[in-house]
Design a binder for this molecule. Structure first.
Ligand code: NAP
Length: 493
């Protein structure tokens, strides 16, 4: 059995960032539990062709670890994974990481005032658990009728089969979200036939990726301030999107015009596709996808865009809403992740053995996307309502890490063994979030994965990101019940 002060689950941006900050603060008694074979989280698991980040790299990286070597303004997955692997080494985190270790359960032990974590490699107990599992970690493959009977190959975008040779194959690709719009253009030139099943048309926007020149890189190396200025400029530019998404959704109509022009330009003489690819909801209601390759790819002769739901799968192919069976060798699922059905909710049990599932009932909520009543000393990173449609999740992660660090300091200063958020604080916070969500573009009537089982947007942060950072800069001790070691009376905040 291992006993640590802090157990961190996951080694993506969240877990690694948390570990680095703990180490910098001299809090050296921690462990990172990682089910994968190496660090990277999302950027370890998602290796599909064309995988890249649609947030500029200068912003999609830690503020404390700028990378002057980014090769492109929007880096590809291998570069981002390399960045995270290098950080784990450079900051001396590797000795704390247990790879190949799957967390099977985490239960609060009332007597010991500690978390008891069962993993595939044995038991770990910890005073504090930080959940850095990421909201997009559990691939979602829809339960389509007949799928089990399919005799060909199947794979999910987040679990790519690199040993499968697509050359000359007949392919069905299901889904047209952020992942599919990246791998479809990469697969199209290789395959004999590609049937793209599109249930809902996405809004696609021009992509401004470009190579970062050697001169620029040399300048960033020599004058780090230049890179920081670039980052600040990207941040400010992206933040302007909040005006359209949250404050004045009506202006999104103008954004739609640009997207429609991009659509016509990209489709060229395939004007027959315009009706099929024109979304029927306000731009921004679902994530806007940047790509200069999507429309040209689906306009190619070997691609068929099949609209509507997938009817069923047969042993030899896929039947679309039109009732036609397309015979294929392989089905690729670009069907996204379990986002609001948070996988961790099934295996975390708080006070009295009550599970996250039992209190959320399919509608996750927390204070500051981090803490939940009945779950003392548990801090989720990128929990409910921390998502963004426009900017860098790394910015949100760093805001939450500062919050956890501040919480640990506040607990120490007050001699508290546990901190548990008060239910009324969570209620007030979420009522405010819901009011803010009311007038946003995400509530203009589209079915998106932002919405949970009850129709509540449990995914996105409905305000400026700097407002989130300001809010989390200091641990709001009054929102918590603190308990001293081995005692049941609360320490007054
Ligand atoms: P996604 O955005 O959730 O898209 C899933 C797609 O699958 C949608 O087109 C959805 O259609 C379709 N789908 C789901 N179930 C289906 C079914 N039963 N039948 C037919 N179609 C079905 O998933 P994703 O593309 O993997 O992206 C997930 C998130 O990952 C993104 O939103 C983004 O946050 C992140 N991501 C980011 C990047 C990046 O560059 N930063 C790249 C990739 C992914 P409907 O629209 O009709 O539901």
């Amino acid at each position: 059995m291992t006993e640590v002060d802090v157990a961190i689950v996951g080694t993506g941006f969240s877990g690694l960032g948390m570990a680095i900050n703990l180490k910098k603060a001299g809090r050296d008694d921690f462990v990172l539990l990682e089910k994968g074979s190496d660090v990277g989280g999302t950027w370890h698991w998602n290796t599909y062709p064309g995988c890249a980040c649609d947030v500029p790299s200068h912003l999609y990286s830690f503020s404390f670890a700028p990378n002057p070597e980014w090769p492109e303004t929007y880096s590809k997955q291998p570069e981002i994974r390399k960045y995270l692997e290098r950080l784990a080494t450079d900051f001396g985190i590797r000795p704390k990481i247990r790879t190949g270790t799957t967390v099977e359960s985490a239960a609060w032990d009332e007597e010991a005032q500690r978390w008891q974590i069962e993993t595939s490699e044995g038991t770990v107990t910890a005073r504090v658990v930080v959940g850095g599992m990421g909201p997009l970690s559990e691939p979602k493959t829809p339960a389509i009728e007949g799928l089990d009977s399919f005799e060909g190959e199947t794979m999910h975008s987040a679990r790519w089969h690199h040993d499968y040779d697509f050359k000359g194959k007949r392919v069905a690709s299901i889904g047209t979200g952020a992942s599919a719009i990246q791998y479809v253009p990469a697969l199209q030139p290789e395959v004999e036939k590609l049937h793209v099943f599109q249930r809902t048309a996405p809004w696609i926007f021009p992509h401004s990726n470009r190579r970062i020149t050697d001169t620029e890189r040399a300048l960033y190396r020599r004058f780090p301030l230049l890179q920081r200025l670039n980052r600040a400029g990207v941040y400010a530019g992206r933040e302007l999107a909040v005006i359209g998404f949250v404050k004045r959704p009506k202006i999104m109509k103008y954004v739609e015009r640009l997207a429609k022009k991009h659509m016509r330009d990209g489709l060229g003489d395939r004007t027959d596709l315009i009706d099929k690819v024109t979304p029927d909801y306000t731009i921004g209601c679902k994530r806007i996808l940047p790509s200069n390759k999507w429309y040209p790819a689906i306009a190619k002769d070997n691609v068929e865009l099949v609209t509507g739901s997938v009817e069923r799968v047969t042993p030899r192919g896929v039947v679309g809403a039109d009732g036609v069976e397309r015979e294929v060798d392989v089905i690729v699922f670009g069907t996204g992740f379990e986002v609001t059905d948070i996988p961790a909710a099934h295996f975390i049990k708080g006070r009295d053995g009550v599970g996250l599932d039992d209190i959320w009932h399919g509608s996750p909520n927390a204070l500051n996307g981090a803490t939940i009543p009945g779950f003392p000393n548990l801090f989720m990173l990128l929990g409910p309502n921390t998502g963004l449609g426009h900017s860098s999740m790394v910015y949100m992660i760093e805001s939450q890490i500062a919050y956890v660090m501040s919480a640990l300091d506040a607990m120490d200063a007050r001699g508290a063994a546990t901190a548990e958020v008060r239910p009324e604080a969570v209620k007030t916070y979420n009522e405010r979030i819901d009011r803010q969500l009311d007038g946003t573009v995400w509530n203009t009537g589209c079915a998106s994965w932002y919405l949970d089982d009850t129709g509540r947007n449990a995914t996105l942060w409905p305000d400026w990101t700097f407002a989130f950072r300001r809010r989390l800069a200091r641990f709001d001790v009054a929102s918590y019940k603190l308990e001293p070691a081995q005692a049941r009376e609360a320490v007054t905040a």
